[in-house]
Design a protein around this ligand. Structure first.
Ligand code: G6Q
Length: 548
């Protein structure tokens, strides 16, 4: 069947205008743009929810912005935002709303989905979580033998892992230091073995996070955890003191043997990668306490309101989303690097990878028609300054254009000598070097021999955003999470895709289920795969059995 191709985006007047405009912009250097407007660095900025966005070091003019904003209007971004906030079923292939904004709505707000105001339910779960988290933190909730719980192990994968682990690491400064927090996601025994090494079962609580409670990896790990616990405590009654579940599937939770009184629910209108603010964030709440968790939700909510109500030309998620489209679709930039100059944000790029790539890595429109343009960029990154000593070489002097987001904080959480000034000096220096580079003439004027000048020169004109915040707090983390969520939504809206489904993960899952059966019964079922897959499976079994 020949797929039909959607060209409705590429036929839009604003798209054509941007194509023409790109021709006039592609050779313009940031050096020129800054020379023409010495105040540029103070003009191309926007601020909301404690985040100062400097987007002046982008290859844009006022005209670029005008055209990108026109594109947003032609794609009815405002109407799409309103539909999301009203709880309309914008996740069209799964026919449900994508209502993570309701998870951080204050008690006073009303958000009605299918005739029901969901805000009271959201707060009821948050209150139960707060009660449970407080009991764990102050030692009221004890293990089966009466020991205090000192270890919290989150079991979950994808959206049920990346959000919790990112937020725990990001807010570790605010966490209770006499408890240990560990995360098991991979169905690789190593992950389980290392997470449970040297901790006592009688002091350990497992939080099994799974929206569906049918995910193979999570269930395998949860079963292993149960065995690990019972091998020591020898009484299945212990399970109810050492296991809680976070899920939408009461039936499966109870089938697994977790008391549903120890279950925290959420709703099918919360997508996995958007679920950190639901009960999926329970481990984070236990770590940082209910007040800090609520402060994170407030940060998200402030950014939500900003996204909903601010004019687009001052709207951080809209501006960042449109800049991503500009580079992705007109400059053909395939990736974006996210570079936090904050060690606590070391898992933030991995979190954004899922958020962005699972949301917008789609090749068909909401109408199921193939696109004739690129969709999601590849997201990657590492904390600065470590990256400077490894992959920044390619960003500075490689042949590919890689727009970067630099994230920095004015106040450090761990003052130590001159460290923070050195760290931030590096952030500022990198954005300056990437934008302005160093010409061969400048290199030569420094006395560099001719033969080395080309190697030592920097073209510059590498675009960056800088997000500068006062301090990493639960509130500022929440604001950043919502900023990126809504930037992703902005991009998805322009590309006319459903940013809230993830059908691309299904095929591999189905094939793995079949292969597991075949590996378990190699004599009964002949492998019916392509010659490569079958040969790999045979070799795997031969070598595995040889070791046994
Ligand atoms: C995220 C995805 C996916 C999901 C995991 C875990 O948006 O849906 O990453 O979170 O597959 O699913 P469960 O929570 O159902 O175990």
């Amino acid at each position: 069947m020949t797929p039909s191709i959607s060209n409705s985006l590429t036929k839009r007047p604003a798209w054509h205008a941007l194509e023409d405009h790109y021709q006039s912009m592609k050779d313009v250097h940031l050096r020129q743009l800054f020379a023409e407007d010495p105040q540029r660095g103070e003009r191309f900025v926007a601020e909301a929810a404690g985040i100062y966005l400097d987007y002046s070091k982008n290859r844009i003019t006022r005209e670029t912005l005008r055209l990108l904003l026109r594109l947003a209007d032609e794609c009815q971004l405002r109407e799409h935002i309103t539909a999301m906030f009203k709880g309309e079923p914008i996740n069209s292939t799964e026919q449900r709303p994508a209502l993570h904004i309701a998870l951080r709505a204050p008690r006073s707000e009303k958000i009605v989905v299918e005739g029901i105001d969901v805000v009271p339910e959201v707060h009821a779960v948050l209150d139960r979580m707060a009660d449970f988290a407080s009991k764990l933190r102050d030692g009221q909730w004890r293990g089966y033998t009466g020991q205090r719980i000192r270890n919290i192990v989150n079991i979950g994968i994808g959206g049920s892992d990346l959000g919790p682990v990112m937020a725990y690491e990001a807010l570790r400064h605010y966490s209770l230091r006499d408890m240990n927090f560990r995360f098991i996601s991979n169905v690789d025994g190593t992950d389980f073995a290392e997470a449970t090494r040297a901790i006592a079962p009688e002091e350990t609580l497992f939080i099994v996070c799974s929206k569906t409670f049918t995910t193979t990896e999570t269930l395998e790990n949860a079963h292993a955890a149960r065995q690990w616990l019972l091998a020591k405590l020898k009484d299945s009654l212990a399970v109810s003191r050492h296991f809680v579940a976070v899920s939408t599937n009461t039936e499966e939770v109870s089938k697994f043997g977790i008391d549903t009184a120890n279950m925290f629910g959420f709703w099918d209108w919360v997508g996995g990668r958007y679920s950190l603010d639901s009960a999926i964030g329970l481990s984070t709440m236990v770590a940082v306490g209910p007040d800090n968790f609520r402060a994170m939700l407030e940060g998200c909510h402030s950014m939500d309101q900003h996204f909903l109500t601010s004019p687009f030309d001052r709207n951080l998620p809209v501006l960042m989303g449109l800049l991503a489209v500009w580079y992705n679709n007109f400059f053909d930039a395939a990736s974006i690097a996210v570079l936090p100059y904050e060690q606590y944000l070391k898992r933030f790029p991995a979190y954004l990878q899922q958020l962005t790539m699972e949301s917008n890595g789609k090749h068909v429109t909401v109408g199921g028609v193939h696109v004739d343009y690129q969709t999601s960029p590849i997201i990657w990154g590492e904390p600065g300054t470590n990256g400077q000593h490894s992959f920044y070489q390619l960003i500075h002097q490689g042949t590919r254009l890689i727009p970067c987001d630099f994230i920095g904080f004015c106040q450090t959480l761990n003052p130590l000598g001159n460290h923070h000034d050195v760290l931030m000096a590096n952030l500022f220096a990198q954005t300056e070097a990437l934008a302005f580079g160093k010409t061969e003439d400048e290199v030569k004027a420094e006395g560099t021999p001719d033969w080395l000048c080309a190697h030592r020169s920097f073209e510059g004109n590498r675009p960056t955003n800088t997000l500068l915040l006062e301090r990493l707090t639960p509130y500022s983390l929440g604001a950043m999470i919502a900023l990126y969520e809504h930037s992703v939504f902005t991009q998805g809206t322009i590309w006319e895709i459903d940013s809230f489904d993830q059908w691309g993960v299904e095929l591999g899952k189905a094939l793995a289920r079949r292969i597991i059966t075949e590996l378990d019964n190699p004599d009964e079922t002949p492998f019916r795969h392509d010659s490569s897959t079958s040969a790999l499976m045979r070799r795997y079994l031969r070598l595995k059995n040889a070791a046994a």
